[in-house]
Structures are given as C-alpha cells and as structure tokens.
Design a binder for this molecule. Sequence first.
Ligand SMILES: *Cc1c(COP(=O)(O)O)cnc(C)c1O
Length: 427
Amino acid sequence: MRSERPPSVDSLARSLGSSGLPHPLCVEVAREAIDAGRVDDAAAMALQRSRRLLTPVINATGTLLHTNLGRAPISLHHETTYLNVELDLATGQRGSRQRVIGDTVALACGAEAAVVVNNCAAALLLVLAALAEDRGVAISRGELVEIGGAFRVPDVMVRSGAQLIEVGTTNRTRLTDFDRATKATDVALLLSVHQSNYRITGFSERTSIAELATLGPPVAADIGSGLLDAACPWLAGPPPAWLDGEPAARQTLEAGADLVIFSGDKLLGGPQAGIIAGRSDLVAACARHPLARALRPGALVIEALQSTMLHHLRRDADAIPFWRMASVPVAELRARAEAIAHRVGSDRVTVAATEAVPGGGTLPGRTIPSIGLSCPGDVTAVLRQATRPVIARVHENTTVCDVRTVDPLLDRELAGALSAALAATGR
Ligand SMILES: *Cc1c(COP(=O)(O)O)cnc(C)c1O
C-alpha cells in the first residue's frame, strides 16, 4: 500500500517542463511513470525520452560512413530563408529544381546530364521504371545482391515493373551469356550492380562495362558508393590505397555505361541522395516519369548536395568532411590523441594505433591507418550519456575511441566525456 497518493498526471507533467520536452511528451512520460509506480524516476525518464530525439553525436567508432550515424557527416544550417528552388532568377519564370543541380553533378562526373532523387535505391527504381517497364532487364546472377537495410536488387526490380532476366552463374558471367539473353528476349536494359559489401573471389569472372556496351541495349551501372573520379582530383595527393578497384562514375561512363547510379552520402561525402547521370535522353526519360515527382529531394538536400558538388569542382577535399577525415595524416591524429590523453590523464587512457574503415557498405575489408584512445573495460554506455553522446567501440573488453572520425573542434568535448565516463565507472 502506498502511504501517499500519486501526483496527478498533469502536475507531474508540469514538473517535467525543465526537461525541455513539449508538454504533450511530458504528459506521456508522466502517465508512464505513474502507471509503472515510478514517480520518483519521472525526471530520468523524461531525460531518456529527450535523448531518443535526433541529436548531434561524436562518432568515435572509426567507421567514416557509419550507417547508424547517417553515413557521411553533414553541416546543419539554421538560417531561416527562402531558396530559389524552382525560380529562374534571370527570367523570373518558373524553373526546374533539377536543372542546376543536375548540370553541376553532370559536370563533376563527366556526364551529359543528371537527375537527383531521394537515395540510390530510388534512383535504381526510377531507372528501371522509366526505361524498362514491362520489358526485360538482364543482370548477372552474381550481382543480385542485398545491400543492407533490405535493399535487394531482385525486389526493387519486381516493384519497378521491369522483368528480371538472370544471366550467367553466381561466380562466372560472360559476355556470351548477356548476348544470348539479348537475342532471345526483349531486353530494354543491361544492368550492372556493384557488389559493394561482399566479394566473389577465386574461380570467378565478370562482364566488364566495356563488353556490355558492345551489345546494343543501354547499359546502366549501379556503382553505389558515389566515387566521382578514380583519380580523386579533389585530393592534394594521389588516390589512397584503400580506394583501389572501387568503380568511379567518370570512368564507368568513359568505359561505355549509358547511365551510372550512385548514393550521395557514401564516398561522395554529401547528404542522403541518389544520382542518375549519363546520356541526356535517358536522364530526361527518368525525370519525366511520374515516379520522379514522388522520389524528388527537398530544398535542404539539393542545397547540401550543391555545396558538396561545388567543393568537389573546386578540388577542395578539406571542405568535404568525409574526405577531410579520410585524409588526415596519422601523425596529426596521434598528436590530437596525445593532447586528449593529456587532458584525461595519461595513466587512464592509452594512445594506440587503430584501423579505421570507410564503412557504409563500401570497400569491405579495406582499412585506413588511424589512432585511438583506449581504456580498459566497456564504458560505451556511459559515453553515450554525454551531453553530446560519444559513440565508441569495444574490442576485447577495451573501449576504443578512434579520433579519425572525430571533428578536431570536438576533441575537448571528447576528453571531457572520457574523463566523466572513467570517473563514473570508478576508473
Ligand atoms: C549503398 C548502395 C545502394 C543503396 O543506396 P541508398 O542510397 O542507401 O539507397 C544501392 N546500390 C549499391 C551498389 C550500393 O552500394
């Protein structure tokens, strides 16, 4: 039996106002707390609820494109303003939201034209629906892949209304396999999908884009990762070793692809978006299709993607957070890690070599040399409680904070969070 009557939902909710949550959310928390007989925990429950909201975090995982953290890091602008999304400032007439961003993307990857949609899955769906509805699309059995988050090529194909024509075998597909399919059935499109997150090695053979381009039907290549140019002209130095063999938009088009499809938030380093670039008549067919309206991006995304593309065209990798983080020299990371360790207490954390990874389902098995701070035990749960949550990883009962994925402006905050976590866990 309770000696005291529980407070009313309303008074408890009002007492939770300092959590910063809007009143209806406080009411929900208050009701939950009273129902569970946990009135005393209500404030903690409100805090927990507020931490379920989207919030900036420190990525100390060493995974540059972390799917759970939104892949490439983005800048958030908080200026309130209108944008000339569909207005041509020269003529004062209605314009297309796609024209300028499409031209900019096309220029950056050496295509005739480009159109931007919500993500790469949407780009593939639109290409199939616009160019191959009720017709055949030939693809190698080795490329009928699933790319995480339930993106499965055969399923997208079915939904698009195109007919899947599987050719070859899982490990080996030759040009003659495609040639036979093209002669036997109505093939609207030859599709090549980058295997992204897995590799077929050993007794294997793939048909190159250049070979596919000799057959007649348009060739579309889903390269996924969004590397614009294998030469990486935006970097001061040569392309890094970890990129070796990754297909790039410019070279895939040069090899004979009529269209390339890729994500905006992987190796391009921009916001979530999907890009279709290549032959202008095919891009126009995609842009005209009724699905294009449903899959189009909003002004926030177009603005962010435009800024990413301009940085690429200016060859300014330092202005693209993903590329800036990917190319910091290890010596610089070590100096930062040592400064952080100094703040935390050099007897409490250890500076050690680590291996960062590109992530985002790209480049499986490739690593980028990096530096981390480690401490014994698993303190990741406490690190996630920091004002700006720190996401670290645990390896063999050691917590590791990789500094390659941390913005240097947040080093002090990382040091503070580490100190607090160590103190809270009695280390
Ligand atoms: C990542 C990837 C996709 C899915 O991209 P989203 O932008 O997440 O929709 C599709 N195809 C390939 C080859 C990929 O690597």
